[in-house]
Every structure is written in structure tokens, then in C-alpha cells.
Design a binder for this molecule. Structure first.
Ligand SMILES: [Zn+2]
Length: 154
């Protein structure tokens, strides 16, 4: 019988390395463009005045469309924090960190919502809610997600 060479194939492995290039949307794009320029850009609700950093298109309190951009300072206050002991490794499994890492939710002055990033400097026992911190940006970061590098106490 003549064969096309494929009739006995059960499985074919095709290596694929997809490269994704997707939009983060108008609002987050403006936020990340601001960070690249060293600015923290949030939005203010026209109805209730709530200020969102990171920006949100719709106010979660009154559902108004947020269209007023405001620049906020790099200084803020720790609203909550945790001490991370593990990370997600490259294989997707949890792996121990070499040293625990402080991760904080920081409300920038003038904002009503928080950004999340590492806090460097204080010993974990010295970290506290209400601690005043300043953002440190890494404008040479390869990923936009790494531009906000960490916070330090002030
Ligand atoms: Zn509102």
C-alpha cells in the first residue's frame, strides 16, 4: 500500500515560543508611560473625587467614568504589608527565597488606592502600617512591571 508517510503518526511535537505583544489598555498605558518618565499618574472620579493609583477607568464607588488625570508624588504610606518567604520559580513551583522579602501596599499621598511593591531597608520587625515610604523607580527595567522597583522608608 502506498503511504503518504503520515498514517502512523500518533503525535507530533512542534516547538513554539510565542512572543506576546498586547496592549495594557489606554489607562494602564498612560500609567506606565508616566512611570517611565518618573511620574505617578492617577485618575480622579468626577463625581465622588476618589483618586485611583493605579488608574481605573470606572469609579468602583459610583460607576462614573474617570477622565481627570492627576500626578501624584512618589511619597506614600504603608497601608498593609506581608513578609514573603517563597516565590514562584521558573518551573511554576514554589521556591524558597534566599531571604524573606517585605511586600507592601502603599497609598501615595493624594490617592485613595494602593500600589504593591517590595519595601527595602527596614528589618521586618521594624516594618509597620503607617510607615512613610518613597518609591524608587528603575527606568532601565526591561519590563514595565519592574519600573516601580521598590519603596524605601523616609
Ligand atoms: Zn466616584
Amino acid at each position: 500500500m502506498e503511504s503518504d508517510g503520515l498514517q502512523n503518526v500518533d503525535m507530533v511535537r512542534i516547538p513554539a515560543v510565542p512572543v506576546f505583544n498586547w496592549s495594557v489598555g489606554n489607562f494602564m498605558e498612560r500609567f506606565f508611560d508616566g512611570l517611565k518618565g518618573g511620574k505617578f499618574m492617577g485618575v480622579k472620579c468626577p463625581d465622588c473625587g476618589r483618586v485611583y493609583l493605579p488608574p481605573r477607568m470606572i469609579c468602583e464607588r459610583c460607576f462614573a467614568k474617570n477622565d481627570e488625570w492627576v500626578e501624584l508624588p512618589p511619597e506614600g504610606t504603608v497601608e498593609s504589608f506581608t513578609l514573603a518567604q517563597v516565590k514562584v520559580g521558573e518551573d511554576g513551583e514554589l521556591a524558597d527565597l534566599e531571604a524573606p522579602v517585605l511586600i507592601g501596599m502603599v497609598k501615595h499621598e493624594g490617592a485613595d488606592t494602593c500600589l504593591v511593591a517590595r519595601i527595602e531597608g527596614p528589618d521586618p520587625e521594624e516594618a509597620s502600617v503607617g510607615m512613610r515610604v518613597t518609591a524608587v523607580l528603575d527606568k532601565s527595567a526591561e519590563s514595565i512591571l519592574d519600573i516601580l522597583s521598590h519603596y524605601v522608608p523616609r
